[in-house]
Design a binder for this molecule. Structure first.
Ligand code: IPE
Ligand code: IPE
Ligand code: MG
Length: 236
């Protein structure tokens, strides 16, 4: 367990969000095709998700494919979709892990078999009481907010009744706590359209390590750093 390794008492954030970035550069460094980077990245995602469950984290939300990632070459997109397919087929074997899997993003444009597998995995894991694992696929913060506005207008709610909680409740993350801590490896210092509403008061941790090289040790270090932050939420 995470806490036993540390002399000081370390408290876990309730919700960690990770931008799994740097697969392409990881592959390039090794003179491998970008697809090999995505394979390594997908493998690491399983390792980190399992570790988060083991240390008792309640929520982990990972960015796997953005609404902008369709701009990539068709072959690369197909490769990523195939990895998602493999993960979803395999996830049935993780039943005993007690992880609840959910997907955030617009899954409508995905292939029918992937959509079916997504529903199956969500249904199969819905009673799990361990980690809540959210996988962001075809996710974009602006797309999410646009979709929320459409739903709110459709609902016919009166303007006077619209407050922040109405908006939150119309996002993909409804009923989930906002992320406390956002981790982005790969040396980029931006959100890239990730959880832009939900991150209003999140803490950030950036690192040059590329996603396939990001280990549970890096996560421990990041959480230690998180514990030193003084979150004021606008107060004193
Ligand atoms: C993240 O790694 C995976 C996805 C965006 C799907 P990248 O593929 O963006 O890797 P870099 O940024 O090119 O190194
Ligand atoms: C963000 O990474 C999306 C995911 C990790 C899935 P990108 O590699 O797409 O972001 P940019 O293009 O560097 O901003
Ligand atoms: Mg990238």
């Amino acid at each position: 367990m995470f806490s036993k390794k540390h002399k000081v008492d370390i408290s876990l954030p309730q919700h960690i969000a990770i931008i799994m970035d740097g697969n392409g550069r990881w592959a390039k460094k090794r003179k491998l095709p970008r697809s090999a980077g995505h394979v390594a990245g997908a493998k690491n995602f399983k390792t980190i998700a399992r570790y988060c469950n083991k240390i008792g984290l309640k929520y982990l939300t990972v960015y796997a494919f953005s609404t902008e990632n369709w701009k990539r070459p068709q072959e690369e997109v197909n490769g990523i979709m195939n990895l998602l397919r493999d993960y979803l087929k395999d996830a049935e074997n993780f039943k005993d892990e007690n992880i609840r899997v959910r997907f955030i993003g617009n899954i409508e444009p995905l292939a029918d078999d992937i959509k079916e597998l997504i529903h199956k995995n969500e249904e199969m894991s819905k009673d799990a009481t361990g980690l809540n694992l959210n996988i962001a696929i075809n996710y974009g913060g602006r797309d999410e907010i646009t979709n929320a506005v459409k739903n709110i207008v459709k609902s016919g709610i009166r303007e006077a009744d619209i407050d922040e909680s109405v908006i939150s409740q119309n996002l993909y993350t409804k009923d989930m706590p906002d992320p406390d801590f956002i981790i982005r490896p790969s040396g980029e210092y931006r959100l890239s359209n990730y959880l832009i509403w939900q991150s209003a008061y999140a803490e950030f941790w950036f690192s040059d390590v590329l996603w396939p090289d990001f280990t549970p040790k890096h996560l421990d270090k990041a959480i230690e750093e998180y514990n030193k932050r003084n979150r004021r939420f606008g107060g004193v």
